[in-house]
Design a protein around this ligand. Structure first.
Ligand code: BV8
Ligand code: ZN
Length: 252
């Protein structure tokens, strides 16, 4: 297969070279080349009959704690077996070449941190930080779940109040963490370039971040195998995989 040459628009090359503050906003697509299925990919096995929107809710957890806890433990176990990919590493490299870089992610994995990114803002929490559903006390997961196949798994109980332990993620219908939200919106208002990497831009309120950056005068580049329809003169769509495109954007 001939290697597709991706032409990086000069405006973006120049904007990155002059940028004081770059914001990288990521979704599930940034982890796709690590082998992590994106959020909208069909769920597998036990959960195949569900839409993630139905399972990633407090109601679904209360209705069937083992079904939902099992799904997260299965995902956590898979995450323990994968590595950050070229996209995560390019973001770490970019941070060395610009005065200030902020990473904001919708993902609940820790691949940015494992690649070396620092102070990553998790708008939707982390699959590695469970807490008590009742008293919100953090719970320490002592090891990888020994799941050989997709299965329902009874959640542990809280050592403080015997409540059920839940994943430390933001479910649909739940508020995003206030501090991370505010920091993300402030970064969007103050950045010179926002790279939106691997997100379908469907989930609110996170999806407002690229729009806020555009309105504040930043360049916004969407990096996604799906072309994004750009409405604004400073909005670009770079069509391709994050692991291929991000290394091309690194200022010399
Ligand atoms: C809230 C954690 C209020 C769980 C997640 C306005 C209008 C309509 C609805 C709403 C609205 N405001 C709020 C809502 C409701 C809802 C919502 O947005 N619904 C949508 C779906 C219509 N929002 C909420 O409920 C939010 N809460 O608003 O609360 C409130 C306020 C006060 C008090 C109480 C309540 C909470 C939303 C958070 C939900 N939790 N995750 C978990 O992970 O299990 S969101 C979930 O979707 C993931 O975090 C995921 O990251 C996120 C977004 O999806 P993407 O990251 O974009 O992933 P997706 O699969 O969609 O796309 C992947 C993309 O990658 C694709 O475009 C693909 O082409 C691309 N790609 C593939 N390969 C590559 C690639 N790109 C680059 N390189 C590749 N190799
Ligand atoms: Zn508790």
């Amino acid at each position: 297969m001939h290697k597709k040459f991706i032409q990086v628009p000069t405006e973006l090359v120049n904007a990155l070279a002059d940028a004081r503050h770059v914001l990288v906003f990521t979704g599930a697509g940034v982890s796709a080349e690590s082998g992590v299925s994106t959020f909208r990919d069909a769920l597998s096995g036990l959960w195949a009959r569900f839409d993630p929107m139905q399972l990633a809710t407090p109601e679904a957890f209360l209705a069937d704690p083992a079904l939902v806890w099992g799904w997260y433990e299965w995902r956590r176990q898979l995450l323990l077996k994968v590595q950050p990919n070229a996209a995560h590493h390019a973001i770490v490299e970019l941070a060395q070449r610009v005065p200030k870089l902020t990473v904001i992610t919708q993902n609940v994995d820790d691949l940015h941190e494992r690649a070396g990114s620092r102070d990553v803002l998790h708008l939707h929490g982390s699959i590695f930080n469970p807490r008590c559903f009742t008293c919100a006390q953090p719970y320490t997961l002592d090891r990888a779940p020994n799941m050989t196949h997709e299965q329902a798994l009874t959640p542990p109980t809280c050592r403080h109040c015997q409540g059920m332990i839940r994943p430390g993620v933001v479910w649909f219908g739940e508020a995003l963490p206030q501090a991370e939200m505010e920091a993300a919106f402030t970064a969007a208002e103050n950045c010179d370039v926002l790279l939106s990497v691997g997100t379908s831009g469907v989930v609110q309120p996170a999806a407002q971040i690229p729009q806020l950056a555009l309105r504040s005068g930043a360049w916004v580049a969407h990096i996604n195998p799906d072309a994004m329809n750009c409405q604004h003169p400073c909005e670009l769509s770079l069509v391709g995989a994050a692991g291929q495109i991000l290394p091309l954007l690194l200022p010399s």
